[in-house]
Design a protein around this ligand. Structure first.
Ligand SMILES: Nc1ncnc2c1ncn2[C@@H]1O[C@H](COP(=O)(O)OP(=O)(O)OP(=O)(O)O)[C@@H](O)[C@H]1O
Ligand SMILES: [Mg+2]
Length: 357
């Protein structure tokens, strides 16, 4: 599964237009595609004719409710494209999760634990660098930055470079970054100048495909369909198919199944061949035990083994499907799993970590 985030802090540069039509283009190529609308404006959802009040679950539920899995939150549209829609409640996400550990890797946690059956996940993000954009980036191996030819885009390029460097540092994984010229009126001298300037700044990162300006893209969004649902737009279909093929030809930079760097950051329990792997990072602890509903909350718990190279304590359990609350006992102190974002309050008012198998 390849996860591609469409980002740019500049508003109105074509992120949503690119996200919706790129997802649809991958679908046209016969791939299984999930579009994730991570923008509280919900423009991608609207552009596909989906509104929050028509669906049972939205991206806000996926990010905040431990019981909701990726595929459960997705609505399947005619033509086979799946979408996890957004809604305005998503704008409260940043405040809701203030101070919570792992808040920037909620989407990654969902996609990696319950990926669903998708070849591509395309994420539309809001025009800001906040918690939602961080979630998009943490979950992605590839980033597409649409740049429209405008004075502000050129001004913003330096800033964009700084932001990307910051994001790579913060997310601690290498992302392949592609710059895409979008909403381009090719004939104007100004467009050509801007493209040349972007090329000077981002030469190696620029995609060959250019998305042109056409009122038909606006019309398609208004009608709640990708460009592929419109008549007499062959040249526009072709440019998005070319974009999909070009990205596909680059090959995956990081596929979500094999990103050890991400997984080390995401120590919450995960499925491995032998069962469910629990990991706790404590190089200096003398002993670590795992206890929970599966041991009847025994204070002896299950002894975890320390990996001397990494300082990670590990235990693998065979668990039947169900929900399990658990905690670690670290040198005699009971604590919740700091790397698992899912937790519930117990009768003592403390948090137990929650695992759903
Ligand atoms: N290639 C294009 N041709 C014509 N209009 C376009 C094109 N791309 C985008 N637009 C129009 O420009 C406006 C902004 O585009 P879009 O919503 O895709 O940008 P955005 O970056 O997602 O915006 P925001 O930052 O608000 O999320 C929309 O009205 C859209 O229809
Ligand atoms: Mg948008």
């Amino acid at each position: 599964m390849r996860v591609i985030a469409i980002i740019n802090q500049k508003g109105g540069c074509g992120k949503t237009t690119v996200a919706v039509n790129l997802a649809a283009a991958f679908r046209e190529l016969g791939r299984k595609v999930l579009l994730v609308d991570l923008d509280p404006q919900a423009h991608a959802s609207l552009a596909l004719g989906v509104t929050a009040d028509e669906v049972e679950t939205t991206i806000h539920d996926l990010l905040t409710d431990p019981r909701v899995k990726t595929a459960d939150a997705a609505a399947k549209l005619d033509g086979g494209l799946s979408i996890i829609p957004s809604s305005p409640v998503l704008s409260a996400f940043e405040q809701e999760l203030a101070g919570k550990p792992g808040r920037e890797s909620r989407l990654l946690a969902k996609l990696s634990r319950n990926p669903g059956d998708y070849d591509y996940v395309v994420i539309d993000s809001p025009p800001s660098v906040g918690l939602l954009t961080f979630n998009a980036l943490m979950a992605s191996g590839e980033v597409v930055i649409p740049v429209d030819p405008s004075y502000f885009s050129v001004q913003g390029l330096g800033k964009l470079n700084e932001t990307l460097a910051l994001l790579e540092r913060e997310t601690k994984h290498a992302m392949t970054v592609h710059v895409l010229m979008s909403n381009v009126e090719r004939r104007t001298a100004f467009s050509r100048d801007v493209i040349a300037e972007v090329e000077r700044a981002h030469g190696t990162r620029m995609l060959k495909t250019i998305i042109c300006h056409s009122v038909r893209y606006k019309e398609a969004a208004y009608r709640g369909t990708p460009i592929f649902g419109m008549k007499r737009v062959d040249h526009l279909r072709e440019e998005f198919l070319a974009l999909a093929r070009e990205l596909e030809s680059h090959g995956p930079s990081l596929a979500i199944e094999n990103v050890d760097e991400w997984m080390v950051r995401l120590h919450g329990p995960r499925r491995v061949a032998e069962g469910i792997l629990f990991v706790f990072n404590a190089p200096n602890a003398r002993n670590v035990y795992l206890t929970g509903e599966f041991t009847g909350w025994s204070s002896e718990g299950i002894r975890m083994e320390k990996d001397e190279h990494t300082g990670l304590w590990k235990a693998v359990l065979h668990l039947e499907p169900g929900e399990y609350e658990y905690r670690f006992i670290v040198d005699g102190v009971w604590i919740k799993d700091p790397d698992n974002t899912d937790s519930v309050l117990n009768e003592f008012g403390q948090e137990n970590s929650l695992l759903i198998v």
